[in-house]
Design a protein around this ligand. Structure first.
Ligand SMILES: NC(=O)c1ccc[n+]([C@@H]2O[C@H](COP(=O)([O-])OP(=O)(O)OC[C@H]3O[C@@H](n4cnc5c(N)ncnc54)[C@H](O)[C@@H]3O)[C@@H](O)[C@H]2O)c1
Length: 384
């Protein structure tokens, strides 16, 4: 799928309801000026109470070129830390770096009293997530994780259905999905190299499918996990744009996990960047009073693939209820940015809090560790 059409997938909801106070402008910086920084920039420029004042990227000239491409003025730096050190008045940063550089600049910004909108996945390991949580707690600042599908009305409907009790007690969930061919190499190897991506399909799209169901059921704590991961496509030059990319491939292109959650719920998960299959299955949420089927999509970027179905009994008859897809026409990225800004300005809780996403990260981390050890492991998350 072309890059622009992936971003177009997010344009499906409406604008935030808050009345925006334009007398108080927020000074914002962008750390990491690659592919996703464009989407942040596009949304920030629509906000009447934001000034983008600084940009940082490790690659010489990249931040400046980015700033000029967007016809902006500001200061450019060679790292997130340098930006934070030299911008004492900055209110917030978007951390748009590759996965292995999520934790360090986020912690640095929080420790310096700066609010952070951090791209997904939260980071690479559970240890990093714990350090991020600690820094956030000590700072008292807003940290929101960039899961824009949360703002999709269809996602909200999944949560509403679960919370309504229509499904009864939830006991089994199957989630995940993937692409027949879709290893992301849009502008190089940052998604697929071990030292930049850190985790592959698991972190890139797996975190979305986990968030879809865990958010719906109230983010119960993960207890144990049996994980598997492989890289049969990414390391094979036949499936990659060039031999060099296959050689650079150091992450998973497929991962699966069987997770026990608090509340006697099991979660069966699988995710693929590439496979010989159209989809490894829809998302299903099974409950004692009904079950919900959520169709998968071809590219699995966190969206609902079509009308959902509730299977339940009505007056003793087995029946199905179709939940039509909702098209509201606004941009999920705008909602993600606006909700973060509102939290910063109005002192509201983070729209996508790390207190939840740390459980998502614990599952990703648990799958990796279990896969490496070859057996089930317990997940231990300290109270922070
Ligand atoms: N929310 C979404 O829909 C979405 C879509 C695509 C990517 N992402 C996420 O965004 C992140 C970035 O992805 P991308 O495609 O833009 O990657 P990218 O490789 O195109 O850009 C990342 C940039 O960050 C820079 N960088 C790394 N560490 C830095 C640091 N400490 N200080 C300053 N600059 C630093 C790199 O030099 C690079 O230019 C990834 O974690 C990815 O998962 C989210």
């Amino acid at each position: 799928m072309a890059n622009s059409s992936i971003l177009d997938e997010f344009k499906t909801t409406h604008l935030a309801e808050e009345k925006i106070d334009t007398n108080r402008k927020l000074k914002v910086g962008i750390i990491g000026t690659g592919w996703i920084a464009d989407a942040h920039m596009q949304s920030y420029l629509k906000q009447p109470d934001v000034e983008i004042v600084a940009y940082a990227d490790l690659i010489p000239g990249k931040a400046e070129a980015f700033m000029k491409k967007w016809k902006q003025e500001g200061r450019v730096y060679m790292s997130g830390d340098e930006l934070i050190d030299n911008e004492p008045d900055i209110d917030a940063v978007s951390v748009c770096t590759y996965n292995c550089q999520h934790a360090e600049p986020t912690i640095y910004a929080l420790k310096h009293g700066v609010n952070v909108l951090l791209e997904k996945p939260m980071c690479v390991t559970l240890d990093e997530a714990i350090e991020i949580r600690k820094a956030e707690k000590e700072s008292g600042k807003v940290l929101s994780i960039g899961f824009q599908p949360r703002f999709d009305e269809n996602m909200k409907m999944i949560k509403r259905i679960v919370e309504s009790g229509t499904l009864g007690k939830i006991y089994y969930i199957q989630t995940g999905g993937g692409r027949r061919r879709g290893i992301p190499t849009p502008f190089g190897t940052s998604f697929i190299a071990k030292d930049t991506g850190g985790i592959g399909a698991l972190g890139d799209i797996g975190c979305y499918s986990l968030d879809m169901v865990l958010n719906a059921i109230g983010y119960p704590k993960p207890l144990t996990v049996t994980g598997y991961k492989s890289a049969y496509f990414g390391t094979n030059p036949k499936y990659m744009p060039c031999k060099e990319y296959a050689e650079a491939f150091g992450v998973d292109d497929f991962a699966a996990g069987f997770v026990r959650l608090e509340g006697d719920i099991v979660l069966d998960f699988r995710i693929a960047w590439a496979m010989h299959l159209d989809t490894p299955g829809d998302t299903i949420i099974m409950g004692t009073e009904g079950s919900l089927r959520i169709p998968s999509t071809d590219c699995w970027n966190g969206s609902v693939g079509g009308a959902m179905t509730i299977y339940h009994d009505l007056c003793g008859t087995q029946t199905q209820t179709t939940v039509p897809i909702l098209h509201t026409g606004a941009d999920l990225f705008d909602l993600k940015i606006r909700s973060f800004l509102d939290a910063v300005k109005l002192g509201k809780p983070a729209p996508v809090p790390s207190s939840q996403i740390i459980y998502n990260q614990a599952i990703l981390d648990g799958i990796c560790r279990s896969a490496e050890l070859g057996h089930e492991i317990e997940i231990e998350i300290p109270e922070i």
